[in-house]
Design a protein around this ligand. Structure first.
Ligand code: PGA
Length: 253
């Protein structure tokens, strides 16, 4: 696996306070920089909004990239509490997670809204990391492909229209695998990722899709997941909050 390229995205969610995030990044500053220089690995850290500016400053002029966990669907205006893609770009973010299942669930985000966020990000040259995934019930009812297709469909014209040169990043995160320690079988992942790759090739023939997996990536599961040929990135929640664990994961790739 050593020569396989991986995009590794740490999603810190709201697990660390502003001060804890700064402390984490300051304590492991050298180590974060050194993992970001590993061949074939691209590391993206996604702290909460409030920590974005100091963290982009801390790692400016390094290979480490910084991403946000969400952005507004609107350009600017009277949208209390929202953060624009323009501001994210000004802060130095080069990636932004959109459509995470926790936002779909707790903030009732629709597929259309997520597509609008992608437009805002692409306008600012920020790479959207589009999260998709089915619930346990949908998985049990064998509705995975239909759900993924429904989630992706509004994004297709957006991507076709705005950007021809961009890679597109799609993270498949089965909701039932997030934070549970349970991951799908190799067969299931192979089938799903093969389908996803073919679907995107058909719908977006001019783009290159980079496919990530997220949901309970840890020291026990990472090799199994990363060995799946179509998976070229990982979105890591819990296991990215401890530097030693995160570093071990990366060393296993
Ligand atoms: P987890 O979270 O690695 O803690 O399962 C992944 C995610 O929600 O992106």
């Amino acid at each position: 696996m050593k020569n396989k390229s991986f995009l590794i995205v740490a999603n810190w969610k709201m697990q660390l306070s502003f001060k804890q995030t700064l402390q984490f990044c300051t304590n492991y500053h050298k180590q974060f920089i050194s993992i970001s220089n590993l061949p074939h690995k691209k590391i993206v850290l996604c702290p909460s909004f409030t920590a974005l500016y100091p963290i982009t400053q801390l790692f400016s002029n390094t290979a480490l990239a910084i991403g946000a966990q969400d952005c507004s669907r609107y350009k600017m205006g009277a949208y209390t509490g929202q953060v624009s893609a323009l501001s994210l770009a000004q802060l130095g973010c080069s990636y932004c997670i959109i459509g995470h299942s926790e936002r779909r669930m707790y903030c009732h985000e629709s597929d259309q809204e997520i597509a609008e966020k992608a437009v805002r990000l692409l306008e600012q040259n920020i790479q959207p990391l589009i999260c998709i995934g089915e619930s346990k019930h949908e998985y049990e009812q064998q509705q995975t492909k239909a759900v993924l297709e429904r989630q992706l469909e509004p994004l297709i014209p957006v991507i076709q229209h705005i950007t021809h040169a961009h890679d597109i990043l799609v993270a498949y995160e089965p909701i039932w695998a997030i934070g549970t320690g349970t991951i799908p079988s190799t067969e299931y992942l192979t089938t799903t990722f093969t389908w996803l790759e073919q679907y995107l090739k058909k719908r977006l023939p001019l783009h290159t899709a980079i496919l990530l997996y997220g949901g309970s990536v840890n020291e026990q599961t990472i090799t199994h997941i990363a060995n799946i040929q179509k998976i070229s990135g990982l979105l890591i929640g819990g296991a990215s909050l401890n530097f030693k664990k995160f570093n071990n994961l990366i060393s296993l790739l």
